[in-house]
Design a protein around this ligand. Structure first.
Ligand code: IMP
Ligand code: MG
Length: 180
């Protein structure tokens, strides 16, 4: 494990080693295992790209029968009378009447997760919950509580374990925080 890394123009230092992430993932998986034990075939929907590593490690710890799928938020945003419209692309499972758990890398202001929740609720799931690896409670601007947050952090910028700085750093198994 490197103490410091450089990605593009920024320097980062180690913040959370892989073992600590694994502990947090185990803890949140145990909560989900308990809460969904009696639910029929829940479906986990990972938001790409950030959630790929978390999804993989989380699902290895899930003990009930389930499905999983990945979607992506369209980077273009059309406009409508209600303002910006971002769409989730790649959804091919029917979510009607299903218990859906959205898997995110990080919830910051909550704007992105709000879009995902709005889009997925249109499919009439039986229930809709959010499981995020990281949550920034001080930055969060939405009313809706986040059901599962593996780790809370302050308003700092982190990379690694799926999270990126301009698409770089997603491959690292430890979490690094920006220093300059
Ligand atoms: P929100 O819409 O403000 O909640 O921001 C969520 C998105 O911003 C995440 O899906 C990330 O892509 C990005 N993001 C927010 N904070 C960080 C961070 O500390 N590191 C890397 N990406 C972040
Ligand atoms: Mg993201």
């Amino acid at each position: 494990m490197k103490e410091e890394i450089q990605l593009l123009d920024k320097k980062f230092k180690i913040m959370i080693p892989a073992e600590k992430i694994d502990e947090a993932v185990s803890k949140v998986a145990a909560q989900i295992n308990r809460d969904y034990a009696d639910k029929e075939n829940p479906v986990f929907i990972g938001i790409l790209n950030g959630s790929f590593m978390f999804m993989s490690d989380l699902l290895k710890k899930i003990e009930f029968n389930c499905e999983l799928s990945f979607v992506k938020m369209s980077s273009y945003s059309g406009t409508s009378t209600t303002g910006q419209v971002k769409e989730l692309i790649g959804l091919n499972n029917s979510l009607e009447g299903r218990h859906v758990i959205i898997v995110e890398d990080i919830v910051d202001t909550g704007v992105s997760i709000k879009h995902s929740l709005e889009q997925l609720s249109k499919h009439n799931p039986a229930s809709l919950a959010v499981c995020t690896l990281f949550f920034k409670p001080e930055a969060y601007r939405m009313e809706r509580p986040i059901e599962y947050a593996a780790m809370n952090i302050g308003n700092e910028f982190i990379v690694g374990y799926g999270l990126d700085y301009n698409q770089m750093g997603r491959n690292m198994k430890d979490i690094y925080v920006v220093t300059e």
